[in-house]
Design a protein around this ligand. Structure first.
Ligand SMILES: [Zn+2]
Length: 161
């Protein structure tokens, strides 16, 4: 059975990684690596990996530090702006819903005060025994119902973020 480990393999590996292979190592180690299959393969493979790493390091182009800093500043500003816009959008949605509800209440009050058929219909509804309790607060109930419908609708219409 062939051996899978060699006691000098670690030394050969260290010499290649440190850039000492093959010129700046002991002659005995060089002679051993020439005769030992395991050490020869270790030196060959590790040298190839080191050369490939050096080539890829030389090809890598790092961007200018000033440009990296400038892009980071732009990104931070953009993120801060997005974070600041979120509550403003929510406040706008609530203000829009309140204005719409108030407009509906004002329109209902003006229409109710000036329209005679609406007044007679309201009196007829109030005369009914079942609905008498509800009609006292019909404007308030309709305003709340409008807000319940309008706030989510306006929120989704203006965007969720
Ligand atoms: Zn060996």
């Amino acid at each position: 059975m062939k051996p899978v480990n060699c006691e000098f393999e670690a030394e050969v590996l260290a010499a290649v990684v440190e850039g000492r292979w093959p010129e700046r190592v002991d002659a005995q180690l060089r002679e051993h690596a020439a005769a030992c299959r395991i050490c020869a393969e270790t030196a060959l493979v590790t040298d190839a990996i080191e050369k490939a790493r050096d080539e890829s390091r030389a090809e890598a182009v790092l961007p200018d530090a000033g440009r990296v800093w400038w892009l980071a500043q732009l990104r931070a500003r953009r993120e801060a702006l997005q974070a600041a816009e979120r509550p403003i959008t929510l406040v706008q949605v609530i203000a829009f819903a309140c204005a719409t509800g108030l407009l509906g209440v004002c329109f209902g009050a003006c229409f109710g005060a000036t329209s005679s058929w609406f007044q007679s219909a309201l009196r007829w509804i109030q005369s009914q025994p079942v609905t008498g309790l509800v009609t006292g607060h019909i404007l308030l109930a309709s305003g709340v119902a409008a807000l319940i419908v309008l706030i989510p609708a306006a929120y989704f219409a203006l965007g969720k973020d």
